[in-house]
Design a protein around this ligand. Structure first.
Ligand code: NAP
Length: 291
């Protein structure tokens, strides 16, 4: 079997096209959605993600504000920047590009964000709402990557309800909130959340109908761990620099040979990454609609 490639770029384009009308309706009410990013340091991966978010904003007619602090910025500098964005009326939603440099407490900074402007859905109040509201319409933003993963599965008609999903990785931005989202009423997956202490990972993966790898270890998930016909979403990203060209290549967590066993495969690059950005735009538009 050769897996159907889940095209994150095309799917994200469809999601963004649906936002165009909503943005026009907002503008007719005199509201322009505005996204801001706050970045500290010059990590090449983060710089490229931030640039992509501003490109998407420009394409959709969303205002775009950028605060870039040097690697040497203090916690006080970051706190001041968060407060500035909370107060800026142009900004209807913003995010702190993670990771922050060592020594700056990410959780403290996420907590300082005005929950109404939390474009990444990572403020404790919004994560709490993800836990508290079972089913129905959520009146708060969902974390962008988990929301993008569920949206991708839905748009490719991959059945989720009652299926066994393994999420590998329990990080704040992907694995942990994704486990909560997949087990909400209305989504209804049965989830195994695996991590570095999980025993017999290969056996756990073999039992899954849907495999979601969010670790950051290239090729961790082997082709012979995959149940024939399972759907795979590769989320992990490792940047490797080609010494000859100096160019960065992105490598996922899933062995490419898995495409011969799976029914669907969302690749790296071109899979979940573009969907994350599309769901971020969705969150910014929704935040503006709540004004
Ligand atoms: P993270 O916070 O560092 O979490 C990594 C997780 O992987 C941890 O839970 C860790 O377990 C687990 N892990 C490490 N080695 C393992 C192993 N050998 N077997 C099983 N589990 C293992 O990272 P993150 O922020 O969640 O991001 C995860 C990956 O997704 C990264 O590669 C990141 O670049 C990528 N990502 C992609 C997108 C996108 O849009 N495509 C968005 C966000 C992140 P412990 O908890 O036990 O340490």
């Amino acid at each position: 079997m050769t897996a159907t490639r889940m095209d994150g770029i095309a799917t994200a384009t469809a999601v963004k096209a649906e936002l165009v009308e909503r943005i026009a309706a907002l503008k007719a009410r005199g509201i322009t959605p505005g996204l801001a990013t706050l970045m500290v340091g010059e990590d090449p991966g983060s710089l490229s993600y931030v640039a992509g978010k501003h490109r998407d904003s420009l394409e959709l007619g969303i205002e775009s504000v950028r605060i870039d602090l040097p690697e040497t910025a203090s916690a006080d500098d970051v706190r001041a920047a968060v407060r500035e964005l909370n107060a800026n009326p142009i900004v209807t939603g913003f995010l702190i590009q993670l990771p922050l440099p060592a020594g700056i407490d990410e959780n403290e900074m996420l907590e300082l964000i005005d929950p109404a402007k939390d474009a990444d859905g990572l403020h404790p109040m919004n994560l709490g709402r993800l836990v508290l509201r079972v089913g129905g319409e959520l009146n708060s933003p969902l974390p962008a990557t988990p929301a993008g993963i569920v949206e991708m599965l839905r748009r490719y008609d991959v059945p989720i309800s009652g299926k066994h999903v393994i999420v590998i990785g329990r990080g704040l931005t992907v694995g942990r909130p994704l486990g909560l989202l997949l087990t909400r009423k209305g989504v209804d997956a049965t989830v195994t959340l695996a991590h570095s202490r999980t025993k017999n990972l290969a056996e756990e993966v073999r039992r899954a109908d849907i495999i979601i790898a969010a670790v950051g270890v290239p090729g961790l998930i082997k082709a012979d761990w995959v149940k024939p016909g399972a759907a795979i979403l590769d989320v992990g990203i490792t940047r490797v620099i080609n010494p000859e060209t100096g160019k960065a290549k992105l490598i996922g967590d899933v062995d490419p040979g898995a495409a011969e066993v799976a029914s669907f495969l969302s690749p790296v690059p071109g899979g979940v990454g573009p969907m994350t950005r599309a769901m971020l735009m969705h969150n910014v538009v929704e935040a503006a609609e709540r004004l």
